[in-house]
Design a protein around this ligand. Structure first.
Ligand code: HMG
Ligand code: MG
Length: 298
């Protein structure tokens, strides 16, 4: 029994590009995001308002956000680490703010330069101001299964971080398999704890496909009733502060799965393919998506 509809958030322009060393000119990012805006996808995370020294690939977030053509049918969100980032994001235009932190102390420190205890007050302020500005807030929680520095993560620790973000006013949670190590039994176990606490509609699964487990993990999540996933076009991406992390599960592969199962997404596979080839040509490297590879231009 599969759901009638599954909602995919396209994170390619953020999680996908953040790890690329090759600079993609702003006008190409804009043209690419405009293609995505016309693919039927309901939500696009278009960039990150973070320290540009840490993520140089997205240092043009403000210009990108100003220049993209906003489709009224699409919800545009961006990554926001602190009040400064929120201020830039609000000026530029967002429908939703995505705050983020890690369950693991070491990854959190490498990624955002704070302990968990130092992070909560910062994010609490960001969440409250974003809510006052009428924005939806997504709380990304990273390393929910395994941390590249600390190893296996206890689901109870994930729950504690999620509870703090939800108490602070976050509307929903995106649970990140940051380095793509999880197998379905881990997903089942974590989702059991999460579903006991929150409605399934508030849970988004964010799988990286480092070991090819993402599709299996999505199947398991679907069986547990989760209907929202973050995906990246062509499988582009990774976290530069998580060694060994490959890209997110490819939008193309997830569409192949869902449409094959008879699940509706509203997304046009051909348009996603065109947008994949567009960014692949700009990057000059083959994207990892397997279903895209079946259509590679020779
Ligand atoms: P910090 O160094 O502790 O902050 O960084 P700071 O307040 O001391 O500022 C340092 C410098 O950054 C200053 O500039 C600030 O002005 C500037 P300087 O004086 O050196 O010239 N700065 C900013 N500039 C623009 N926009 C801002 C901003 N904030 C500070 N918002 C901070 C703390 C969080 C800012 C930093 O560590 C950072 O930007 N980290 C981002 C790292 C990142 O983007 N990682 C990837 C995304 S997370 C991910 O991929 C996981 C996810 O996909 C889920 C999953 O897969 O699990 C979401
Ligand atoms: Mg990620």
């Amino acid at each position: 029994n599969y759901p009638d509809f599954v909602e995919l958030k396209e994170v390619g322009p953020r999680d996908g590009l953040q790890n690329e060393t090759k600079w993609i000119p702003t006008e190409d990012k804009v043209a690419w995001i405009d293609m995505l805006s016309n693919s039927g996808v309901k939500e696009i995370e278009y960039s990150s308002f973070v320290n540009p020294k840490m993520i140089p690939a997205l240092s043009d977030a403000r210009e990108v956000g100003r220049r993209i053509q906003r489709n009224p049918e699409v919800f545009y969100s961006a990554l926001v680490p602190n009040l400064k980032g929120l201020e830039y994001a609000l000026e530029t235009g967002i429908d939703g703010a995505s705050v983020f932190m890690s369950v693991s102390e070491t990854h959190n420190m490498r990624n955002i330069n704070k302990t968990l205890d130092q992070t909560f007050p910062v994010l609490e302020k960001v969440i409250s101001e974003a809510k006052q500005a009428g924005k939806r807030v997504t709380g990304y929680v990273s390393t929910v299964f395994d941390c590249p520095y600390e190893g296996r993560i206890d689901p109870e620790q994930v729950v504690r971080v999620c509870e703090r973000l939800m108490e602070a006013g976050a509307d929903e949670l995106s649970l990140g398999d940051t380095i793509g190590t999880a197998v379905p039994s881990q997903v089942e176990r974590l989702l059991e704890s999460m579903i006991a606490l929150y409605p399934k509609e508030k849970l988004i699964m964010h799988f990286h496909d480092t070991r090819g487990m993402a599709i299996a993990n999505i199947m398991t999540s679907l069986q547990q009733g989760v209907t929202r996933f973050d995906t990246s076009i062509g499988g582009l991406g990774g976290c530069p502060y998580a060694p060994g992390a490959a890209g997110n599960v490819a939008t193309n592969d997830v569409l192949y799965l869902l449409h094959g199962l008879g699940v509706n997404t509203g997304i046009n596979e051909e348009k996603i393919r065109d947008a994949s080839f567009f960014i692949q040509n700009k990057l000059g490297v083959k994207l990892p998506s397997k279903s895209l590879a079946c259509h590679q231009h020779t």
